[in-house]
Ligand binder design. Sequence first.
Ligand code: SF4
Length: 468
Amino acid sequence: MTMPQSSAATRTNLPVVADEIFRLMSAAKPYGRREAFALLRSLSPRRRMTLPETARLLATEDPMVWETAAVVARAVKEEVFGRRIVLFAPLYLSNECSNNCLYCGFRRENREARRITLSAAQAVEEARHLERKGFHRILLVAGEHQGKTAVDYITGVIRAIYRETGMRILHVNAAPMPVESFRALKEAGAGVYQCFQETYDPETYAMMHPSGAKADYAWRLTCMDRAISAGFGDVGTGALLGLNDYKFEVLSVIRHAEALYEAYGAFPHTISVPRFKRAFGAPITVAPFPVSDSEFERVVVAYRLAVPSAGVVVSTREPAALRERSLDIGASQISAGSKTDPGGYGDGVRRHESEQFEVDDTRPIEEIVRAVLRKGYIPSLCTSCYRRHRTGDTFTEMALDGHIRDYCLPNALLTLAEYAVGTADADLKRRCLDAVEAGRRDLGDSALRPEFDRKLAVVLAGGSDEHF
Ligand code: SF4
């Protein structure tokens, strides 16, 4: 198997070489219990699981090894981020796309799709809806269409939302673009740039993406290099699980993360774990390489242990029970109350013919907040690091040293208190405020405590956006 030629100069120099990953997989000997436990005991945020170790762990079937790995993954996550779980929502701007991905409802040849591209004013309305629900960060998502979703359109939407709502940070999931377009996106105030390679196997990639700009594997693989050189400290990666052998994809994502770290000193800010879902009007209706729930859990564990500083993101593609389980084994961010059809929040009507894929966990944010609290975690609507310059290599270093969590807890509590003040649901308000009080005690005699108490009083009196 050969790599396609790069269509762009890159400092990471197309690191994900399929042959290398396949070789690693075929040489990977499953761990015996004793060896596995020795490895797992040694892991920490600073002592991440290496690529060969990950390959061996993924080759191991022993359930007891995986149970222990899950416990270690949770401990590593809590060393990095504490008990907070970040909540966010996607805002789909457009389902126009000139690509033809075989698994996606937005594909050009889906004649049954009802095409929608939100105007900036409509996007603002959607953002207002999410803001009323309590969200302060949203992920803007757009298909790839030169005429409809070019960078000027996206920057126009970003500026309008910042100008006309109280939204605090806007992340962007959009097609790969040249450096100057990334620069424009960054100047408009985008936080994280997110783009999934979908599959890192060039042959599967070519089959799944038969036409359109997305057919260029190398252009996509190098997009993070361009985004970073345009000023994005934080990028988000991932593979769509189900298109190919999941072990290959997981190892490739980790290899990509390592290459970014080697080149720029920062691991990806997030790694998402999307699993194939049926999409209206897509020719492929079942995953060619189905990933079971227990394999999905292993993926979450592996990402956490191999890239401890990354936010591991589980979306509403997954069923509620699995999403909740994922919080116990390494996931640190979840979307909530998501709609994947442009304009879907405003009227509350689900339009299957406009969706990118079917959502499984349809619970509204209020129920997600309750579920996260029930599990003993702290729902967080924090956006502070992006606005306090804790990004890129600074973020990676602080996360691995255990300093980010010193900010995560107080910021999670302040945003949860703000959420509690804003909710009309008396029972939910009480539960949130109880959690804030318990978390406040956990702060103990932290250096931030006096300032935290002052900020909390401001929030409880109706103030907003208090953060560290
Ligand atoms: S303090 Fe930083 S890492 Fe922690 S939740 Fe807030 S933005 Fe995220």
